[in-house]
Design a protein around this ligand. Structure first.
Ligand SMILES: Nc1ncnc2c1ncn2[C@@H]1O[C@H](COP(=O)(O)OP(=O)(O)OP(=O)(O)O)[C@@H](O)[C@H]1O
Ligand SMILES: [Mg+2]
Length: 315
């Protein structure tokens, strides 16, 4: 399989000039990663983990301290790499005195689109992000979510082969979040490669086939999402009615919610004993479901077992 993105031993050290001398910030350390063409890769990590730094290296917005990055086999600095990339930054700052339509046109023309093709693409992406009603309005009059939508249209206008989205749902309402999901699914169908940085782990779980977890500038886990989820069936969730949790205490199930309905979690092997004890206490079993470990559980476990939770090493 060809790689849309391949990164080898990539390191980025920023220098901070402070009043009391210089400090080094190791934002990314020895990252090796590749994204197969047509794949959606989710990148997860706590604040300051190096996600945006990785993206900026792929876009040649910053240069690596050491190591290499390639986009479709090209150096990120080359026009060959940049022509195929659409980028939604984490804090988009479009020209405020342009209308949304003018800004997206401008972005499209920078990517080499012109004439009827440019007009057609601008119209299509404004409709896609549902901003076609606001074509005559200057961006400075937009709400945060509207600006985010225009920035997304800008990323899509050139029909890029690689779409890099840094926190795309930031500032969006529930419908906007659904829109982002629909756009990623549609892009994937077209064969676009997507690099998705997001703190919304269920979205990454639903959309990405591969995931990378960065913590403190280091890659701590990477692989198919399916391999990050523990096998089904090791634990079950039980729902009872009419049971006093005290009557089950000896079996030590994890109580999720105690009320009219009692929701418990227990190892699958202990489920039978819990159900029998509940029956003896005149309780009624409403449902029993296997629990699947979510990507969120895997992520939290990775963060918990790491020393460095927020930011990177400052030397
Ligand atoms: N221009 C800069 N100069 C100095 N340090 C920087 C610079 N940009 C980023 N850093 C540091 O590099 C580290 C990684 O930052 P980065 O923006 O890549 O994190 P992130 O994973 O995108 O975090 P978030 O989830 O908060 O967006 C942080 O410790 C940050 O303080
Ligand atoms: Mg970031």
């Amino acid at each position: 399989m060809t790689s849309a993105v391949s990164v080898e031993n990539l390191t980025k050290v920023y220098t901070l000039d402070l009043l009391k001398g210089r400090r080094r910030v190791v934002a990314l350390e020895g990252l090796t990663l590749s994204i197969g063409e047509g794949h959606v890769m989710g990148v997860l990590g706590p604040n300051g983990a190096g996600k945006s730094t990785t993206i900026k290296l792929l876009l040649n917005l910053i240069r690596p301290s050491s190591g290499t990055a390639r986009v479709f086999g090209f150096d990120p600095a080359s026009a060959d790499a940049r022509r195929h990339v659409g980028y939604l930054p984490e804090n988009p700052a479009p020209y405020e005195y342009l209308t949304g339509e003018e800004f997206v046109r401008f972005a499209g023309s920078l990517s080499g689109l012109a004439g009827a093709e440019l007009t057609r693409r601008v119209k299509a992406v404004l409709e896609q992000v549902q901003m076609d009603r606001f074509t005559g309005v200057q961006i400075r009059r937009f709400s945060k979510g509207m600006t985010q939508r225009i920035a997304l249209a800008q990323a899509l206008v050139s029909s890029p082969r690689l779409l890099i989205l840094d926190e795309p749902t930031s500032g969006l309402d529930v419908l906007g979040r659904q829109l982002i999901r629909d756009i990623i699914v549609a892009e994937k169908k077209k064969g676009t490669t997507v690099l998705l940085c997001s703190h919304i782990i269920p979205d990454v779980e639903a959309l990405a086939e591969d995931v990378a977890i960065l913590i403190g500038g280091k890659l701590v886990r990477a692989g198919p999402v399916s391999e990050m989820l523990s096998a089904e069936g090791s634990h079950v969730e039980l729902v009872f009615e009419g049971v006093d949790p005290e009557r089950l205490a000896a079996l030590k199930p994890e109580v999720i919610q105690a009320g009219r309905r009692l929701i418990l979690r227990t190892a699958a092997a202990d489920a039978r004993a819990v159900i029998e004890a509940a029956h003896q206490a005149q309780g009624q079993l409403i449902s029993m479901q296997p629990i699947r470990n979510s990507l969120e559980d895997t992520f939290l476990e990775a963060v918990r077992s790491s020393q460095n939770k927020v930011g990177s090493t400052i030397e």
